[in-house]
Design a protein around this ligand. Structure first.
Ligand code: TXA
Ligand code: MG
Length: 343
């Protein structure tokens, strides 16, 4: 199979693409759809066989639950029997948008979605195409990111086509993702919100909207604490090329730091935003914006490009230790953990 790729850049194409996607989803097929965070691999949330197909296509372990995408309050109520005050505050502030709320799960939600757990992750996405498809289907869509398990998430239709194009009937091209990294996942089943996966919505923004104080620290990847969210696994969101994070004072310092490695400067791609290396010394310098939102938007595209260019090593300039950068810092940390690959 080679996926059909449908564009959406005119109202007529958009409508045709909605109809095609809906027809397949109603038949229990899996299709790749754009969202504002990353592309998703979608199937009817009410159809366990269709959701099983998502797991098979991704090679995702059965113990890793998938999130459910909704497009109205009725669908949210179908998925969860309780709507805690914290969920009300956070959804009012950030939905539709890049926020996933972990809530008690209703019996309507198939076990395969929750990996047998008692909670379900819910997100009301902001992307107009995703919203149109969910509304036209009339059922919520289960959708993890549209990449093979543990690989880098796709922020364009081309990324999906390259990694999963031969396993899907349809990929909808809704353009480059505006947020660029996966949603912030927040557990709202307790007294305080717990950030299970940082994202572009910072801990400060979550705390402010929830009207509470929460610690900024996110669970350190690789700790032995029980897994609340498999997105906490260390090795995840990783390009194929080994990636290291470095801080340097100047080019000489960077050259010193890289001297021990077996790669030459010609085999090394350097992703930097402040201390930009001289291209005479380092031929493959990738510039990325010095702003957390613009950085997140560009990040996966640049890492995919490094992979495609045949880089043997990616060196990323360390990002600031500030709440607004936590989502980006988290993804870079996981991308750099080559030794702790998830089995
Ligand atoms: O932005 C996003 O969230 C994208 C787009 C497509 O919506 N989706 C996405 O899905 O990133 P996925 O499956 O790749 O990541 C969802 C994360 C995983 O780390 C999963 O373990 C966690 O959310 N998760 C899902 N359901 C959960 C639950 N009931 N409790 C705790 N964590 C959950
Ligand atoms: Mg994912």
């Amino acid at each position: 199979m080679s996926a059909e790729i449908l564009p959406t850049h005119t109202p007529a194409l958009f409508q045709q693409a909605v109809e095609r996607a809906v027809a397949l989803l109603q038949r229990g097929e899996v299709v790749a759809l754009p969202t504002e965070t990353v592309y998703g691999l979608a199937a009817s949330a009410w159809d366990p066989d269709a959701v099983a197909r998502i797991y098979a296509i991704k090679g995702r372990p059965a113990h890793n639950p998938v999130i459910v995408h909704i497009a109205d309050a009725t669908q949210a109520a179908q998925c969860t029997p309780h709507w805690p005050p914290l969920a009300a505050r956070l959804s009012a502030a950030f939905w539709p948008g890049p926020l996933t709320l972990v809530l008690p799960r209703s019996p309507l939600v198939p076990d395969i979605i929750t990996a047998g757990g008692s909670t379900v992750g819910l997100r009301w996405p902001q992307h107009p195409f995703m919203q149109a498809v969910i509304r036209a289907c009339g059922f919520p869509l289960a959708a993890p990111s549209a990449n093979p398990a543990n690989a880098l998430s796709p922020s364009s239709a081309d990324h999906v086509a390259r990694s999963l194009g031969d396993r899907l009937p349809l990929i909808i091209d809704g353009g480059d993702c505006n947020v660029g990294i996966e949603s912030t996942v927040v557990d709202v089943t307790g007294d305080l919100p717990r950030i299970l996966r940082p994202g572009i919505l910072s801990s400060e923004a979550i705390a402010h909207a929830a009207g509470v104080e929460i610690p900024r620290t996110t669970p350190a990847p690789g700790t032995t604490a029980p897994l609340r969210s498999p997105g906490q696994l260390s090795r995840h969101y990783a390009p194929v090329t080994p990636l290291v994070i470095r801080r340097w004072i100047d080019d000489a310092d960077l050259a010193r730091q890289l001297a021990d490695d077996r790669c030459t400067p010609a085999e090394t791609w350097i992703v930097s935003y402040r201390r930009i290396p001289d291209s005479g010394r380092f031929p493959n310098v990738v510039l990325i914006p010095d702003d957390p939102e613009a950085y997140a938007r560009a990040l996966y595209g640049e890492l995919h490009r490094c992979d495609q260019a045949g880089a043997r090593r990616i060196v990323v300039e360390a990002v600031p230790d500030k709440p607004a950068w936590d989502g980006v810092a988290d993804r870079l940390r996981r991308a750099s953990r080559v030794d702790e690959a998830v089995r």
